[in-house]
Design a protein around this ligand. Structure first.
Ligand code: ZN
Length: 243
């Protein structure tokens, strides 16, 4: 039984629907609980049935693949892991950031940043705060204000809305959002030719961070077109910024 982690997923570029599904099932608390209660044998059959023939025939080279998320069969009163686990060599995990193992030869130019996004995150308890930030922002800044996203969208794992803005507004918008976040989590990221890195490594967070879903997002080396996100302001600011 292969698991997605056994195959150096991002390195090989193996991304398909069945694999997505397998990941989702592996990460599902309900399924994990079900596997735990019904034992590995049943869980393996269920997981195997989700895999495509091509996945099932791919060899991970690991006879024990799959034991990390469910207990192997074992005799009552004995450890399912055996008694030699302390002798295991230290494994090195597959890189989640292929192509980033080398240190860069020189720093990136700050002028690579063409614009910014601010993503404001909220939930069922904080949506009114988000609405106030949205209203206040649109009254004061010439920005590109997007729609409400009531469900996870793209890399954003909770409900959110965003506005995009040009570089010249950065010195005002960052401190303004710091003082007017109302406690919400806000991601401010630059827009360069590398949107994956923009969200994962070049980010500014207001208050706390939260997970960013970069699954299946190509690294810069694998991007086919090197376009940069454009900003088309759509607000009509009419309130003078408090100062
Ligand atoms: Zn964005």
């Amino acid at each position: 039984m292969n698991t997605p982690t056994d195959k150096g997923l991002i390195d090989t570029g193996v991304m398909d629907e069945a694999l997505d599904r397998e990941w989702a099932d592996l990460l599902s608390p309900t399924r994990r609980q079900w596997i735990r209660y019904t034992g590995l044998a049943v869980g393996s059959v269920a997981l195997a049935s989700l895999a495509t023939p091509s996945l099932a025939t791919q060899s991970s080279g690991l006879a024990d693949a799959g034991k990390n998320y469910a207990e192997p069969p074992h005799k009552p009163g004995e450890s399912p892991w055996g008694y030699e686990t302390y002798k295991q060599p230290t494994p090195r995990p597959f890189s989640a950031r292929p192509g980033e193992k080398q240190l860069p030869a020189q720093p990136r130019a700050y002028t690579d940043i063409k614009s910014y996004h601010a993503h404001i995150y909220f939930d069922e308890d904080t949506y009114e705060k988000a609405a106030l930030i949205r209203h206040w922002s649109a009254e004061r800044f010439l920005v590109e204000l997007g729609d409400w996203n009531l469900e996870p969208r793209g890399p954003h794992t909770t409900p959110s809305f965003y506005f995009g803005f040009t570089n010249d507004l950065l010195p005002k918008i960052v401190p303004w959002l710091q003082l007017n976040s109302l406690g919400l989590t806000i991601l401010i990221h630059p827009n360069t030719v590398d949107p994956r890195a923009d969200h994962l490594y070049y980010a500014l967070w207001v208050n706390r961070t939260q997970p960013v879903n970069a699954f299946d997002w190509p690294t810069l080396e694998k991007r086919k077109d090197l376009s940069v996100e454009q900003i088309y302001p759509n607000t009509k600011p009419h309130v003078e910024l408090e100062a």
